[in-house]
Design a protein around this ligand. Structure first.
Ligand code: C2E
Ligand code: MG
Ligand code: MG
Ligand code: MG
Length: 292
């Protein structure tokens, strides 16, 4: 009886595995086609300067407009793209699309802000990354200083020696570099002086309770002070309330990004925010994304 049960369990296990493997394969296939079928889209989330209230940057955030499922969040497919290597062509598409978009707006006379593009570990470690970035800039004509590459601590700490070399090559192109989700990964602060970094993005986990939790307030304050003494700017991520915004302003954080000012929005809406010259204090309609 025990034997029978064991066999059943085994069968169940393999069936489940097979189903999952097949689902994965189906997902991988449709992700592979997503690019060719133009199902990938970029939404943009504005970043606001706390010193003067104007929009000074935006982050390009990838979404998958799936014909049946709807708008899919990057966390649901980026890991698979990373594992399969699809992140390389997808990442290059993101880079080029973001550059084309901002260049078109600048040519229309809109402010010369910057666009932040997220790079995954696999992209960061591809050996011709600097050429990929250089050719995207060359082909689109976007001024290099308008492009910011966002890297996580995990990515840059993986092989610190190599990181210095890669970052120096990228910096030589004139692009800006930021550390994303700062404070959540394993990192040694001493690297901040060796890595050429323009901006640190304080992770939203510290911002969430910044006005009520003294530890979060202290950590955020320490990140801001340290960054400033190293000549690095700070952006707070995930700012959802006016109180968080004022707290960060009083602590001399340079920039904020979050739902309080604006959700990530489709390109037409981002363009409208820039055209209207929307500032931190001005009232505008909040557009919320609907996605799975
Ligand atoms: P991230 O780079 O840290 O991006 C910020 C995330 O926080 C975005 O999630 C954004 O929608 C969300 N967010 C912004 N403001 C708020 C707020 O006030 N409250 C809360 N709770 N969340 C806020 P999203 O768009 O789902 O992206 C998730 C992650 O996916 C990104 O985190 C980034 O790591 C990755 N990702 C997005 N686009 C790309 C891409 O083109 N390439 C790569 N490699 N990764 C990407
Ligand atoms: Mg980011
Ligand atoms: Mg982040
Ligand atoms: Mg994140």
């Amino acid at each position: 009886r025990a034997k029978e049960q064991g066999r059943n369990n085994y069968q169940y296990y393999t069936e489940e595995l097979t189903t999952r493997a097949m689902e994965r394969l189906a997902m991988e296939n449709s992700l592979r086609h997503a690019l060719e079928r133009n199902e990938l889209v970029l939404h943009y989330q504005p970043q606001v300067d706390l010193h003067n209230g104007s929009i000074i940057g935006m982050e390009a955030l990838l979404r998958w407009q799936h014909p049946e499922i709807g708008l899919i969040s990057p966390n649901a497919f980026i890991p698979l793209a990373e594992e399969t290597g699809l992140i390389i062509p997808i990442g290059e598409w993101v880079l080029r699309t973001a550059c084309v978009q901002l260049k078109a707006w600048i040519d229309e006379g809109l402010p010369k802000i910057r666009v932040g593009v997220n790079l995954s570990s696999r992209q960061f470690n591809q050996n011709n990354l600097d050429e990929v970035v250089a050719s995207a800039l060359r082909d689109t004509g976007l001024p290099p200083s308008c492009l910011e590459l966002e890297l996580t601590e995990r990515t840059i700490m993986h092989d610190a020696e190599n990181t210095v070399t890669i970052l120096n090559k990228l910096r030589a192109l004139g692009v800006q570099i930021s550390i994303d989700d700062f404070g959540t990964g394993y990192s040694s602060l001493s690297y901040l002086k060796r890595f050429p970094i323009d901006r640190i993005k304080i992770d939203q986990s510290f911002v969430r309770e910044i006005t009520s939790n003294p530890e979060d307030a202290a950590i955020s304050q320490a990140i801001i002070s340290l960054s400033h003494s190293l000549n690095i700017k700070t952006v707070a991520e995930g700012v959802e309330t006016a109180e968080q915004q004022e707290f960060l302003r009083s602590r001399l954080c340079d920039e904020i990004q979050g739902f309080h000012f604006s959700h990530p929005v489709p390109q037409q809406d981002m363009c409208q925010l820039l055209k209207d010259g929307v500032k931190l204090e001005s009232k505008h309609a909040f557009i919320q994304e609907e996605r799975v």
